[in-house]
Design a protein around this ligand. Structure first.
Ligand SMILES: Nc1ncnc2c1ncn2[C@@H]1O[C@H](COP(=O)(O)OP(=O)(O)O)[C@@H](O)[C@H]1O
Ligand SMILES: [Mg+2]
Length: 236
């Protein structure tokens, strides 16, 4: 994803965001509230058309390709706020996630999700809206897994979760990457994100301002926090 520019009418929300993700790795994108993280992810996943810039996936230019087509190519967005279907059961949510998967893969896909997140198996007949925030996030991951993705885009998976749950949810994201899936994770929570990341990009006010490995970012935490803090203050 190179030099993305995305606008809402006259509002230039994103003007120069670049990041990359690799199979089997967690690519972390850090940015304060309003930095343009959601806008960027939604543009990559085909929900917004970028004004300019390029989205490449698996060697192909998919800039501006619609979301439902992007999913079929193996890229799926786990949206901010999880957006699970609260009145439906856990298993019904997973079935919806598998709508684009090949015939016959639904049952094995669901079994695989329950293996990855056993709590979802235990609660398969529960209404999704009754799950805890962390369980709902795992369900959002599981629903995305049902499309058999090569790349998962995750928009602030730790948002609103208790610290112990943050740890579990982000470890779940790491475990999915360890199976060979590429994970592109957007977070405000730098501490938690850095524990599971391989590479780091920092976005400030709609622009990529820093890129490096997670170990570089961990060694240079003060700089990363300064960039995030400065953005949070919302300077010009
Ligand atoms: N639907 C929208 N219409 C107009 N402006 C928006 C809309 N959504 C987000 N923005 C603006 O775009 C900027 C980036 O927002 P967003 O991508 O949601 O940031 P983040 O996810 O990093 O918090 C912010 O200034 C925000 O106010
Ligand atoms: Mg956001």
């Amino acid at each position: 994803m190179t030099d993305l520019h995305v606008s809402y009418g006259a509002v230039r929300a994103v003007h120069g965001v670049s990041f990359a993700a690799t199979a089997g790795q967690v690519a972390l994108v850090l940015g304060a509230n309003g930095a343009g993280k959601t806008t960027s992810l939604r543009a990559v996943a085909g929900f917004h058309k970028p004004v300019s810039g390029t989205v490449r996936f698996a060697g192909r230019d998919i800039t501006g390709v619609a979301a439902h087509k992007v999913v079929r190519r193996g890229m799926v967005l786990v949206p901010e706020g999880r957006k699970i279907f609260a009145p439906l059961t856990v298993e019904e949510n997973l079935r919806i996630g598998g709508y684009a998967a090949p015939r016959g893969s639904l049952a094995p896909g669901i079994a695989q999700v329950y293996e990855t997140f056993p709590i979802l198996g235990e609660r398969r007949h529960s209404q999704a809206g009754l799950l805890s925030g962390g369980e709902q996030q795992m369900l959002a991951f599981g629903r995305a897994l049902m499309s058999q993705p090569k790349l998962m885009l995750m928009d602030e998976p730790s948002m609103g979760l208790a610290p112990a749950m943050v740890e579990r949810v982000l470890s779940g994201a790491r475990a999915m990457a360890d199976t060979g899936i590429g994970v592109l994770m957007v977070e405000q929570n730098a501490e938690a994100g850095l524990r599971v990341a391989d590479t780091v990009t920092v976005v400030t006010r709609g622009e990529t301002v820093w890129t490096g490995t997670a170990s570089e970012a961990r060694a240079d935490k003060a700089v990363v926090h300064a960039m995030l803090g400065e953005a949070a203050l919302g300077g010009v």
